[in-house]
Structure formats: structure tokens, C-alpha cells
Design a protein. Structure first.
Length: 413
């Protein structure tokens, strides 16, 4: 059983004035009466409130392991950490623990592309083949940058009908990993004509990462670090390789659920996979050497709050390009449905990386990620000045009830 011990570090002060020892973020005074668009900070979002109690209940049942942070106007309101980052090493999760994000890092890829467009180095209507060689003719002649950003390229993540996924391969270098990616890409056939439908595609975002590298002249990972992480003050965010994942005590190990009810360390057990979702095929993201444009960058809850602040303050892109980044382009499935009455609480659209949604008449940009032993979500409530971060080193179902409650409480349902 994972430890249900919580850790919380806080300090009072204005944004940036008094750094927290671990999180490096100022904490909001619980009695400050800060406006959230609808009055004071709701008591259910404060320490000891309904949200806080719900997380603890899940952790006490070993249904949640990870870090949760709520921030208003960039100031910490609630921060909690539960469970083990590394059971074998007896290292607990902390507020500033580093987590693999899975697909929650896709918006970094999208923003890197938007920044390059702002610099005039590419256009959204460009064919990808204008910048990248080696694409099959059917893709080279039809897929644009916009198609990849909005998951409308036709790539999807599926193989030809009736074809079984190949055995999961363990990669021991980034070069080997990307060689296999390109070989794999050339076996794909488009599921539909680009621009006619939407199908979520990690492969498409991995291809965008390759595009960023070619256009920028540096590795995708270095480019994101220099143009997003450093300007945003995201000091603990990076694309760590598997060797660092094993050696760095700050980084949480994913714990994958098994058929016998146990959980195993994904990084130390590359031969095993999770039984949930796509992991029914035995997937284990630690088999890849390093994260790509398609996902598995690493970050912390405080760093993701810093990202939200930097994005909204114009540090990462000029206002017109920030608006291009966050505004919805393609209609998508709703974020959540009200299970009690079946009514939809909002609508979702694909932006250039994040999901752009309305929920109870409030604007949100958000993205989630899930893999074996990884479940993550970050959300920026654009017109309420709230940021919510949920990072877990358990499988995907562990954070769904937390997200549901977060959305309801922040938007005032």
C-alpha cells in the first residue's frame, strides 16, 4: 500500500516575493478574500475543504498517489502530495516531485510550433514536407502543419485494419527510438483525407517535434527548454531520458496496475505493462528512451503553474499568437458530462496543442495524459484566474474523480 502521508509547504506573500522552500510559489492567504470572478476563494477549494478531503479519502484507499495543486492568480491556494515517488528507495511524493506527463506535454510541442510561426520560420498552412523530408507521398502532398496541430492529419494512432500492434521494443538511445518512429510512419496509411475528420494522433505530434527540430536547427528537447521552460521559470521541467529517470531521486516512478491487483514500477520492470486502456496491449512508456513531441516531457505542479502565468502574461508568445494557441479550431467531445442528469456541462475544441473548452460558461485550456502508471492533467481557467494541476504516478482512472470535482468547484457548480 502506498503511504497516505501528505506533505504541504506554504508561505504567505505576493507573487514572486516569498518563494516556497519546495514549490517556489507564493501561497495565497486563506483569509485574503481574493476575487475569482465570483467573490472570495470558495471554502471548498481551501485547505480542509471538500476538494482537499476528497483527495485524502482517495489516497487513504490507495486510489491516488501523486501531487495536486490549485493556484489563483499564480498564488498557491492548496498543495498536497501523497504516496511514494519510489517505494524501493522509500522516497515519498512531494509538492515539487517531478512527474512524467505522458500526453500532457503535447501543448509544449504546439506552443513551440506557434513560436516558430511568430518568428516567420513556418506557416500553419505549410505542407509538412516543405520542412521535413522522408514522408510517404500520400502524406507529403496533403498534410499541413495545421492538420498535425489539430489532430486532423488522418494519421491517427492506428495501423491498417486487421494489423496487430508490434511487440513493444525497449529503446536504448534516442536515435534508435526515432529511427523506429520513421520506419513505423512509413508503414501507415491515412485513415481519412487530411482536414475531413479528427482523430487524436500522438504520432502526429511526434512528427511535429521532428518539424520543430528541423526548422529550429536544434533538438526538439533543447528547443522547448530554451524557448518555453527557461522563459517561464520552469526550473525542474525537462525531457529526461530513462537513465536519468532511474537515477534522479526527484523523479516519480510510475506504478502500473497488474491483473493480480498489484502495482509494479514501470522504470524497473520494462518487460511489464499496465492492464488499463491502451495498456491492455502491455504498454510501458519507460521503454522509450526519451520523451518526444508526442509526449512524456517531465514537470512539477509548481512549474505547470508557472507555465500558466507565463503564457497569460505574454512571456511565451505575442498576444495574437497566444490567442491563436489557446482558441479552439475543431469541435471535439465534451470535457465531462453530468452523470447525475446526463446533461453536457460544456463543449470542447482542439486548439494548437491544448484542448480549449467551455465548462459551465467558463473558458478553460487543458490537457490530460495517461500511460502505464501515469495519469496527469493541468487546466487553466482563463476567465477565473485559476490553475489546477493533478499529477499521479498511478494509472489513468486514479485522477478522473479529482478532475470532475475540480471542474465543478472552480466553475461554481
Amino acid at each position: 500500500m502506498a503511504s497516505s502521508k501528505s506533505s504541504r509547504r506554504s508561505a504567505l506573500g505576493l507573487l514572486g516575493a516569498v518563494p516556497l522552500a519546495a514549490a517556489g510559489l507564493p501561497a495565497a492567504q486563506e483569509t485574503a478574500g481574493l476575487s475569482s470572478g465570483s467573490g472570495r476563494i470558495p471554502k471548498d477549494l481551501r485547505p480542509g475543504g471538500a476538494f482537499d478531503r476528497h483527495i485524502k479519502e482517495l489516497a487513504d484507499k490507495d486510489q491516488f498517489s501523486g501531487t495536486v495543486m490549485l493556484a489563483h492568480r499564480g498564488r498557491q491556494v492548496l498543495a498536497r502530495a501523497y504516496g511514494w515517488a519510489d517505494r524501493d528507495g522509500k522516497i515519498p511524493n512531494e509538492i515539487d516531485t517531478v512527474y512524467a506527463l505522458a500526453s500532457s506535454s503535447k501543448p509544449f510541442t504546439g506552443l513551440a510550433v506557434v513560436q516558430l510561426a511568430q518568428q516567420g520560420k513556418l506557416r500553419f498552412y505549410d505542407l509538412v514536407s516543405k520542412h521535413l523530408d522522408g514522408l510517404p507521398a500520400a502524406m507529403a502532398e496533403r498534410i499541413t502543419v495545421h492538420h498535425l496541430l489539430t489532430h486532423t492529419s488522418g494519421l491517427g494512432d492506428a495501423r491498417r485494419p486487421g494489423e496487430q500492434p508490434p511487440p513493444e521494443k525497449i529503446h536504448n538511445s534516442y536515435e534508435e527510438q526515432m529511427e523506429d518512429f520513421w520506419a513505423d510512419l512509413r508503414t501507415f496509411e491515412l485513415e481519412f483525407a487530411p482536414g475531413t475528420k479528427k482523430a487524436y494522433s500522438s504520432m502526429g505530434y511526434t512528427l511535429l517535434g521532428e518539424l520543430v527540430a528541423k526548422v529550429s536547427g536544434q533538438s526538439f528537447q533543447d528547443h522547448v527548454r530554451q524557448n518555453i521552460f527557461i522563459p517561464a521559470g520552469m526550473k525542474d521541467s525537462a525531457y529526461y531520458d530513462r537513465r536519468q529517470w532511474l537515477a534522479d531521486r526527484r523523479i516519480a516512478h510510475p506504478y502500473m496496475y497488474q491483473k493480480d491487483g498489484t502495482r509494479v514500477d514501470a522504470v524497473r520492470n520494462l518487460d511489464k505493462g499496465s492492464v488499463y486502456g491502451d495498456a491492455g496491449q502491455g504498454s510501458n512508456s519507460a521503454r522509450g528512451w526519451m520523451g518526444t513531441g508526442g509526449g512524456n516531457g517531465f514537470s512539477t505542479a509548481p512549474d505547470l503553474v508557472r507555465f500558466a502565468v507565463a503564457l497569460q502574461s505574454g512571456k511565451l508568445a505575442a498576444r495574437p499568437y497566444t490567442e491563436l494557441y489557446v482558441n479552439g479550431k475543431i469541435s471535439a467531445k465534451p470535457l465531462r458530462e453530468d452523470t447525475s442528469g446526463g446533461s453536457v456541462r460544456g463543449e470542447s475544441f482542439q486548439a494548437y496543442g491544448p484542448v480549449a473548452a467551455t465548462y459551465n460558461n467558463r473558458r478553460i485550456i487543458t490537457h490530460g495524459g495517461g500511460a502505464g502508471g501515469i495519469s496527469t492533467s493541468w487546466s487553466v481557467y482563463l476567465d477565473l484566474d485559476w490553475t489546477a494541476v493533478i499529477l499521479s504516478n498511478y494509472d489513468l482512472q486514479s485522477i478522473e474523480p479529482i478532475i470532475d470535482l475540480e471542474r465543478r468547484l472552480i466553475t461554481g457548480i
